[in-house]
Design a protein around this ligand. Structure first.
Ligand code: ADP
Length: 500
């Protein structure tokens, strides 16, 4: 049967999002080249930032640690009891950061608020420890609270760009995500937090500055005792990034701070969102180009703009808008020329997010991918509920689903590029110590957690990579890292405490 004009136009769009096996292989080669370049010098596409964390846990770690996470909208405080057998108990509290503090005059105002939340948490959940500490302090003359050996060691996950100078030292490069406190830029964020903790005389030492990908790597290694630990920790959420363990001998650029040299390794924060900003190998459909041009940072984070949750909804919105404007077809709109056309009931509110830049959440890609009902009732309900596209025709929902799938599949196959490159870089597939053993990868983030088939699609793409193949891909285990930001930060605080 001849295909309908709508199907033909949809296929033409879908085709542009194709990312072939050949593309994957070209991507992997370039990723490896850029990884090596980043280990040699500063100012490259992949920043390859040394984290001063020199090993991954093996699951036997024990003790009570604290972790805090300032990610954007919320500040999370938790205590983590590591049981030494790969399990843990976590107690946590979350507060929204007041808007006025995101743009406070001084850094002190924000950090005083954070310290106060830590105090409240300790009073509520660790009253005994807290009381004992206060009593002890009254008999110990040193006013220097955090040198107290009984103090909590705390990992501080701070998801803004920092220049790391040591395991608990790093200066803020710039604020992002709506924060703007110029006074803090260039200052050591760990010292800013420690000062306020000390002002409240809390028994807490900021022991480690943590990137969320490193936390994921650590948490996933701890959670799989008896293995070699994870080879990669990766985030696929609002943004995307990864961290892995590299040999110190491969790290050619100078390191400023002190670190434990005995392991011969260092965890590297790849900052892979900016892979191939020069577009040597990354695909660019007209919609990617438009998105990039309209973004706040054209030419930067080019890989992230094809892969992460913050952008997939907008790529979809742009492609769908083109289909809606296509004069050869009637898509999501009335067709007055035909009296018996069921589409004529479709109605899109003027205020629909489909007309508004950045307003389509990537969640709808997951709904589309997960809808196997014959009439696409789940997707059509979502179109109605979240995009105010009422009574969409089934054919139109099918077109929407096909385009969403093309964008999601490309994102997953591009994710496989980074994962494959890191696996190959570590050489674990051919390492005799790993023979017959799985290669563990810890992942976190709403996209990889909720998009159906995201991990499966990555797994399939890994099979086509030269040097991995079906056999290698079968050994690569991509698992969700449980509570990476809490447990991971606690583990890094533990590692750091061992270095004091
Ligand atoms: P963050 O990365 O900020 O810590 P998340 O991991 O929750 O937070 O990621 C949030 C991002 O994931 C947002 O861009 C959101 O649009 C996207 N997202 C949330 N839920 C889903 C879903 N079910 N499917 C696809 N994307 C989702």
């Amino acid at each position: 049967a001849p295909v309908s004009p709508l199907v033909a136009e949809t296929e033409a769009i879908v085709k542009q999002f194709e990312y072939t096996d050949e593309d994957v292989n070209r991507g992997v080669k370039e990723f490896l080249r850029q990884m090596n370049e980043g280990l040699e010098k500063d100012g490259t596409s992949l920043a390859q930032i040394p984290t001063y964390v020199t090993g991954v846990p093996n699951g036997t770690e024990k003790g009570l640690y604290m972790a805090v996470d300032l990610g954007g909208t919320n500040f999370r405080v938790c205590s983590v009891k590591l049981n030494g057998d790969g399990t843990f108990n976590i107690t946590s509290a979350k507060v929204a950061v007041p808007k006025h503090l995101m743009v406070a005059k001084t850094a002190q105002e924000l950090f005083a608020f954070l310290a106060l939340q830590i105090k409240k948490f300790l009073e509520k959940h660790h009253g005994d420890h807290f009381e004992a500490h206060i009593r002890r302090r009254m008999t110990v003359s040193s006013p220097d609270g955090y040198k107290d050996e009984h103090a909590f060691r705390m990992g501080f996950t701070f998801s803004f760009p920092v220049q790391q100078m040591g395991i608990n030292k790093g200066t803020l490069i710039r604020w992002t995500k709506g924060f703007d406190i110029p006074d803090a830029v260039g200052k050591d964020v760990c010292a800013l937090l420690q000062d306020e903790i000390d002002r409240l005389q809390l028994p807490v030492k900021v022991a480690a500055l943590v990137n969320d990908t490193v936390g994921t790597l650590m948490a996933h290694s701890y959670g799989a005792p008896g293995t070699h630990g994870a080879v990669l920790g990766a985030i696929f959420g609002t943004g995307t990034n990864g961290a892995y363990l590299e040999k110190l001998s491969n790290l050619k650029k100078p390191l400023v701070g002190d670190y434990d040299k005995s392991t011969g390794d260092m965890v590297i924060n790849i900052e892979w969102g900016s892979f191939d900003n020069q577009l040597n190998v990354l695909p660019q459909t007209p919609w990617d180009t438009a998105l990039n041009q309209q973004s706040v940072n054209p030419g930067f984070q080019m890989y992230e703009k094809l892969v992460s949750g913050m952008f997939l909804g907008e790529i979809l919105r742009l492609a769908i808008n083109d289909l809606m404007k296509n004069p050869r077809i009637s898509f999501f709109r009335d067709d007055n020329s035909s009296t018996n056309d069921l589409r004529s009931t479709t109605d899109i509110a003027e205020t629909s997010p489909i007309y508004k830049q950045w307003a389509v959440d990537s969640t709808i890609l997951s709904v589309a991918a997960g809808d196997h009902t014959p009439e696409l009732s789940l997707l059509r309900k979502e179109l109605d509920d979240s995009l105010q596209i009422h009574a969409a025709a089934r054919e139109d929902a099918q077109a929407f689903q096909a385009i969403a799938a093309a964008i999601g599949t490309r994102a997953a196959r591009l994710s496989a590029v980074a994962i494959a490159a890191v696996v190959l870089k570590t050489g674990k597939l051919t390492d005799p110590a790993y023979e017959g053993q799985p290669i563990d990868i810890g992942v976190d983030g709403s996209l990889v957690e909720h998009y159906p088939y995201f991990r499966g699609t990555i797994q399939k793409a890994l099979e086509c990579v030269e040097g991995i193949g079906k056999e290698g891909a079968d050994r690569i285990r991509i698992g969700l890292a449980e509570d990476g930001s809490g447990v991971g930060a606690a583990l890094i605080a533990l590692v750091a405490a061992g270095m004091e």
